[in-house]
Every structure is written in structure tokens, then in C-alpha cells.
Design a protein around this ligand. Sequence first.
Ligand code: HEM
Length: 409
Amino acid sequence: MENREKFLRNIWLWSLLFFLLAALTGLAYRWGLFTGDSFNLRLSNIRHAHSHLMFFNWVTPVPMGFIAFQFSKSVPELLRPMKWSIGTIMAIGFLSYPFFLLYGYHPVPVGSAELPFSVMLSGLVMIGWYWFGWLYLKYRNRVEKTLSLIFFDGALVMLVVSSMGAWGVAVAQFGNIDNNLISGALTHFFLTTFTEGWCILTALGVIYYFVEGDIEVPFDRNWLIAPIVLGAPLMFPFGLNVELLNESLLWTAKAGSLLVAMGLGVNFWFLIRALSKKVSPVWMFVFALLAIKVMVQLAAVFLPATLWLGQHGLRVFYLHLLLLGFVSTLYFVAIHSVFLKSPKIGLYLFVGSVLLLLSTLVLISGLWPMAWQPVNVYFWVTVGAALPSLAVLVELVLMYSRSDLQQIE
Ligand code: HEM
């Protein structure tokens, strides 16, 4: 294996390990709800530990690993510094995990002082993002100007913009600013720009990597990302508490959603035509999820807001459809498209487990009629939450034990 392949495989193995821990933490939340025993931890803290580890140590390092992998084709020497920056992000992200689990965002008593370690470590993770962004800029001009590169450019911008919201939350906490609208808006500005901007644009950048040569764009390529970059941050009011939302915030979010739907729709059109030449069921699964995502964006614009606003179950379903369904499955498919010789069992188990988990989330999303709910629905939801961990364990063991994985090119 070449150095860049070893690098990508290592990032994948470490990220899988952290995914496993985060997924088991999500399972602990479900277990706590189902049995009433949450291991003496607050459920909200378990959820914070789960979501932050997924963000810091899964949907950040894997795409960064892909970016470094792609760049290192022309600039092999960047692997070393990028390895350090991604490794540091993962180490600090992991360090923040016990603090989120035990204390959430609350300060930790240390002697006579109280320090909000989880907030402080999250700040350090973001400094790690800037470090990666700086390396990206340093080497960017030496790599081929591909379509993926445009998406990675946009994604990096979104990462930095989203971090502004997160710094704002930290400042609001330290400054004891007691305004629900401001702190809610800042939190959701971060969350939305990160998920809809960074996660989606890096995912599209990874897909374009595999179909690059097959796509002719008859207009300026920047238009492929412009509506998403402009629209994603505007969608933050969708996450706000219904009581905090007013007409102008709702219209802002709808405008953002329409822009993102148009941007994603255009990309979907180019990608599906290119990919249909190398059709495979797992790629089609990823594309089906992307199509659902575009439909959700349009539904948010045109359906009456009273139908879906403030529905917690629907929000959890949507987030997992996007981040576990589309984004995480794509990582699996992409890694297995790079390492063609890798055993595929982990990939297929993961796709199956994600389908089952998402189906159980539909049951509690509020969309499913109550009369059709199975008896003991939370038992099935808990079983569904356990399945991806098994698939990831299989993937981890198989990928770790094989060193003869071959790359496509
Ligand atoms: C192995 C699969 C996963 C399981 C079992 C799982 C489980 C859970 C559970 C039980 C919750 C709390 C739901 C509630 O509040 O009712 C949750 C929330 C959340 N999860 Fe996951 N999850 C998984 C994958 C992911 C992934 C891959 C991501 C992101 C990359 C993610 C991000 C989040 C976020 C951001 C929340 C907070 C939602 C909110 O209340 O705003 N999860 N997850």
C-alpha cells in the first residue's frame, strides 16, 4: 500500500472506533429511555456526548481524510502535517467526551474554581479546524482544480462560518447573557451551518471525486455550490423553539431551504447521470437518500409549518436520515470504492442496519399513525439503535486485519 492509502485507512480505522463509541452512547440513551436506567447519568448529557463525538470524531475527520488523500496525489508531503492536525482534532474531541457525558455544558468543580471543560475543549477542537483550514489553503494552489475541490472550498468556508456561531455560544455562556433567542439562534446557526454546509458539501465533494471525468458542466462551476453556501446558514431558524420563532425568521429559513433544494437538485441531476454509468446498489442507496433530502428541503418550503415545526421526533429522524443515512453511508461506500479489495460484509451490514434504524425512527417521528404503532415500540427503537454498532465492529475488524487493500487507480 502507498503512503496515502495507509493514511486514509488509518483515519478510517480511528474514526470507526470513535463512531462505535458514539453509537453505543446513542444506544445508552435509548436504553435509558426504555428501561429507566441511564447508568446514573443525565439523559441530556448522554445525548450531548453522543452528538459531539459524532461531530468531532466522525463527520469531521473522515472528510478531512478524503481531502488529504485527494490532495496528496499531487503534494505527497502534506500528509504529515495534515495527519497531525486531524489527529489533534480527534484527540481533543475524544478528551471532551467524558466531560460532556458527566457534566454536559456545565462547569466542573476544580478546587475552589469551576471550569466548563467541555466548552473549553470544544473551542480547542475548532482551533484544530482552523489549523486544517490553514494547511488546506497552503497546499490548495498546488493541486488540480477539480470539481471536488470547489466543494471542499465551500465546505471549509462553511466550517469556519459555523464555528463563529459556536464561539458566540461560548461567549454568551461566559458572559451570562440570559436571552433564549440569542443563545438558541447562535447554537442553531452553528448546528445548521455545520450539518447542511460542511457535512453536505464535503459529502458531495467526495462523490464528485469518483465521477469527475464523466461530468460536463455547461455553466460556471461555482454555481454548483453557490446556492448551498448561501442557503445553508439561513436555515438555522428551523431548529429554534417554536415559541422563539416569528414570521420573518420562518421566511428566512424557507428562503434558505429553497436555495439549498435548488443547489442540491442541480447537483443530483449531474451526479445521477454520471453515476448511472457505473450503477451499483449501494451507490443507488446513497442517491435515494440524497433525493429524499432534496424532497425534505422542498417540503419545508411549501408545506404548512404547523405540520412539522417543533416536532422533536421528526427532527431526530431528519438528522439521522441526513447524517447517518446519507453522509455516513456515503463514507462507507466511498472507502470501499477506494479499497476495492476490502471485504464488503461490513459495508452491506452497515447499509442494512441503517435502513432498519431509520425505519424504527419513522415509527416515533410523529409521521407514523399511532394506530399502526407496534406494541412496545421503544423496545424496537432500542434494538434498531444497537444494529449499526455491530456492523461497524465487523467493518473495523475486517479492515484492520487486511493489509492488502487495493486502490482503484
Ligand atoms: C449509530 C447510529 C446512531 C444512533 C444509535 C444514534 C442515537 C441517537 C439518539 C438516541 C439520540 C437522542 C434522540 C432524542 O433526543 O430523542 C440522538 C441524537 C442525536 N444524534 Fe444520533 N445516533 C446515531 C448516529 C448519529 C450520527 C452518525 C450523527 C452525526 C454525525 C448523529 C447526531 C446526532 C445529533 C446531532 C443528535 C441530537 C439531536 C437533537 O436533539 O437535536 N447521530 N442520536
